[in-house]
Design a protein around this ligand. Sequence first.
Ligand SMILES: [Zn+2]
Length: 284
Amino acid sequence: MSGLKVELVDLDPERPGVYASYIVDTGGPLAVVDVGPASTVERLAERIGGRPVHVFITHVHLDHAGGLGHLVREARVERVYVHPRGARHLVDPSRLWVASVEVLGSTALEYGEPLPVPGELIYTPQPGEEIVVGDVGFKVVAAEGHASHQYAYLAGDVLFPGDALGEVYGGDLLILTPPPFMAGESIATLDRFQRLKARVAALPHFGIHEDPGGLARRYKAKLLWALGLAAETGGAAELASKLLGDEETARALGELRRRRGHWEGYLERCANGLLGYVERFGWR
Ligand SMILES: [Zn+2]
């Protein structure tokens, strides 16, 4: 067992079991991994209270970092760690916001508009670097693929993978490959995860799962299957319906709908990411 104290914060009471942040008790400042969207930041700020905070951002998508500028105003955020390519979107989120509204539509509005994060709070580590907060070391793990600027963090034997392992609902895996999805990098990330000595993975969507190596293997197989389908399918709608033919995908989406109210556009976005990759780089 890990001695690490990790608390899951279920961020959205209206959509329980969909968006998580994690708070790690380090013996010094609190460490928070991802802060969730702007719309749910109050709940996280309440849990943090008046304690100083170091924030680890896996990637800057709105449902992971959209609330950071708001949190800076509501809590004692001392330091923010993020991939070098993600930092500028935290400092000036205007382009990210426009792009998110374009890709996500009403879901972006549901997440809320991000506020700028003061640049002096931001530190951009390199992969392999260890960041020590209190008594806990966070190893920075390259995790590109789902996003070109994603990091995972390993603290003790707990892996914070961001969206690199997809989404898991009720034990069922769901691909998470919106454009610009990078398949080669994604698979390299999953191989890297299998080499880590992690006991559990703390997933943003959703929850703490045993055996991250096994999950990475399953996710890699699922991505390879989806990419194979993408290589022989022309359009996003057709690919989405083929993806839905997978029983595990259908079950996971059913569970997501139960928790979140809908999964409108989810598979089409994933299909667009897969097709975009296959069209640019080929597959077979
Ligand atoms: Zn994401």
